[in-house]
Ligand binder design. Sequence first.
Ligand code: GLN
Length: 217
Amino acid sequence: MGVRYLPSLIMSYLPSGVGKRNMIKIGILALQGDFDEHQKMLDGLGINTIQVRKSNQLTNLDGLIIPGGESTTMGKLATDFQLMEDLRTFAMRHAVWGTCAGAILLSKNSGHVQPLLGVMDITTARNAFGRQVESFEIDLNVPALKVVDPSDAPFPAIFIRAPLIETTGPGVEILAYINDDQVVAVREDQWLATSFHPELSTDNRFHRYFLEMIQSK
Ligand code: GLN
C-alpha cells in the first residue's frame, strides 16, 4: 500500500465527524416537535449543532433542520417569536431540510390557512396517510442516497400523520415515492423535504445526504 493512501486511511479510522465535517454547524428549529432526535443524529455524526429559538441563533449556520411536530403550532410560535421573516431570509441563502411538519412549513401551500415559509415549489396535503394510530414504517427506495452510501439499501421510513407532497414544480427533484406514485421526498436547490422522519430511525443516510448537499454546494 503506497504512502499516498495514508491520509484517507487515517480519516476512515477516525471517529465520524473528525475532519472536514466538524467545520459545519447546523441549526435545528426547536420551537416544538422532535428537534432532540435530529440533534442526536447529528451528534452521532460529529456535527456542531444549535437549537434555534431566536433569530440571532441563525447567524453562522451552514444549514437548518425544521423537525417533525405540528406545523400549525410551529408556525404560530415562529410568528409570535417574530422568527418567520428571518427564517425565510435564512432559507433563501442556506440549506434547509424539513421533516414532516417541517416539510409542510417549507411548502408554498398546505391546503390550510396557516403560516408557512413557502420557499419550496411544492404543495403538501396534511395528514394524507391517516391519524397518529395509523403511523407506520415502510422501506422506500431512495436512489439519491447512493451519494452517501453506494449500497442502495431501502430506507426505513417512519410516517406519523404525514403529509403527501401533492404537487411539485419543474425545479423539484423527486427523491422517493410511496405506493408507486405518491411523492414523499423531494429536493429543490438547497432545500430538502421528507414526509417521513429519518431522525426517528437508526439510519443516518438522510442526515448525511443533507450534509452532502451543504458540502457540495
Ligand atoms: N400532521 C402534522 C402537521 O400537519 C405533521 C405530523 C408530523 O410532523 N409527524 O403538521
